[in-house]
Design a protein around this ligand. Structure first.
Ligand code: SF4
Length: 409
């Protein structure tokens, strides 16, 4: 749109067009999307307000009923917003939505990648066929569609030429990569190709479903020297009966086997995860099973979410919804456990030498990540211009839970 002469201005200013990329992951996200839509029209009552994205995709009628909205577009229509604006004749409300469930091919928006500080986040697939009972994503994003190896490699080569050293491989469910192709192509095939690209020094995997980690997968993965030894395995609950109600396809025993496989393969591996507390029907006993298993697994960091209802999902209709007070208590307990784990791990890092890719500077330090995703800070008096460079650092102290080190020249 910028190439066609559109100018991006601050959301709070008076714009001719407002594009709201809506989220629908919980009922609260829907509410926030509606609030922002209303705010946009208040900023300029004569503007065209466009709702795109996941909420628009799953709740077209609801959005059409909002008088502040002029145009409703789905996920696939995002790439043609400028064309829809040109066609728009001021009618209330003009909707264009393809049935995303029928979408068979990966839609490349031309810029599916974004640069997060120094690393490039590469989207390799869209959609999900898993239908976890709490999740609306399969309805909003449709079935699994994968980006071709050729197209992905071409883009990463271009990024490497621009100086990008680290790529993060993401999607809605990257473990499903390739299942929509006619030929047998899997995530590991793509990773092997990325590993060959000159200039790329680190390949980081986004959130992974644990079931993809098998001995065979790891046999091939360990040959790829650029793979970061950091795995974010989405666990969601560490109690089998809760996992079953969530419609997750593994047991806690399967998960622990995966953890053992990874820890036996990579000595410096860091494991992180997502956990939902207060899922419908989660009793004290179930939570305590989860807590004890999590303590045993000892993740470096856990992202803890309080279950949030989402209309249109199975979990929303389940009996025994958990009160917000109990959810908050459980969340607090798990966050405390996560902080404790991280502190313990960090204290063992003192005196160790690590490779850090420097990403951001503030007034007195430059920060970056190790390959296994620990943040390291180096005070500025020790450095010159190390942005986007990988350097060896010795960890000398811990300051407010952050590792601080000195460059080794
Ligand atoms: S695997 Fe992830 S995206 Fe797919 S349904 Fe489950 S939670 Fe949603």
């Amino acid at each position: 749109m910028q190439n066609k002469g559109y100018k991006i201005i601050d959301f709070n200013k008076k714009a001719d067009i407002y594009i709201i990329n809506t989220c629908t992951v919980t009922n609260i996200s829907d509410k926030k999307s509606r609030q922002i839509i209303r705010r946009a029209k208040q900023n300029n009552p004569n503007s065209i307000v466009i709702a795109v994205g996941c909420y628009a995709q799953v709740a077209k009628e609801k959005l059409e009923a909002i008088k502040e909205i002029d145009l409703v577009l789905g996920n696939n229509e995002k790439k043609d917003i400028d064309n829809y604006i040109e066609k728009y004749k001021g009618e209330h409300t003009y909707t264009h939505l393809e049935d995303v469930m029928m979408q068979k091919e990966f839609v490349d928006f031309g810029s599916t990648t974004h640069i997060d500080k120094t690393r490039a986040v590469i989207k390799i697939q869209d959609g999900c066929d898993r239908f976890c009972s709490y999740c609306i994503i399969p309805y909003a994003r449709g079935r699994v569609r994968s980006r071709t190896i050729e197209n992905t490699i071409e883009e990463i080569k271009m990024l490497a030429k621009k100086g990008i050293k680290e790529v993060v491989i993401t999607g809605i469910h990257i473990a499903s990569y390739g299942k929509d192709f006619k030929e047998k192509i899997e995530l590991i095939d793509l990773l092997e190709q990325i590993n060959k690209i000159d200039g790329i020094e680190r390949i980081r995997l986004g959130s992974l479903e644990p079931t993809i980690i098998t001995k065979e997968f790891l046999n091939r993965l360990t040959k790829l020297k650029k793979i970061c030894h950091h795995f974010h395995l989405s666990l969601q609950s560490a109690c089998n009966s809760t996992l079953e109600r969530m419609n997750r396809k593994y047991t806690i025993e399967d998960f622990k086997n995966v953890v053992d496989l990874l820890r036996n393969t990579y000595k410096d591996v860091i494991l992180t995860t997502d956990i939902i507390v207060g899922f419908p029907g989660e009793t004290e006993e179930e939570f305590s099973i989860t807590y004890n298993n999590l303590k045993q697994i000892n993740f470096y960091k856990m992202h803890v979410f309080q279950y949030s209802r989402r209309e249109g999902t199975k979990a929303d209709k389940m009996l025994n919804q958990v009160s917000s007070q109990i959810k908050a208590q459980r969340s607090k307990k798990l966050i405390a456990l996560s902080n404790e784990n991280q502190k313990k791990y960090n204290s063992k890092m003192l005196g160790k030498i690590v490779d850090v890719l420097f990403e951001e500077e503030d007034k007195d330090a430059i920060k970056g990540h190790t390959q296994n995703y620990i943040i390291v800070k180096v005070k500025k008096e020790n450095i010159n211009e190390y942005h986007n460079q990988i350097k060896k650092v010795i960890i000398t102290q811990i300051e407010e839970d952050e590792l601080v080190g000195k460059l080794i020249m």
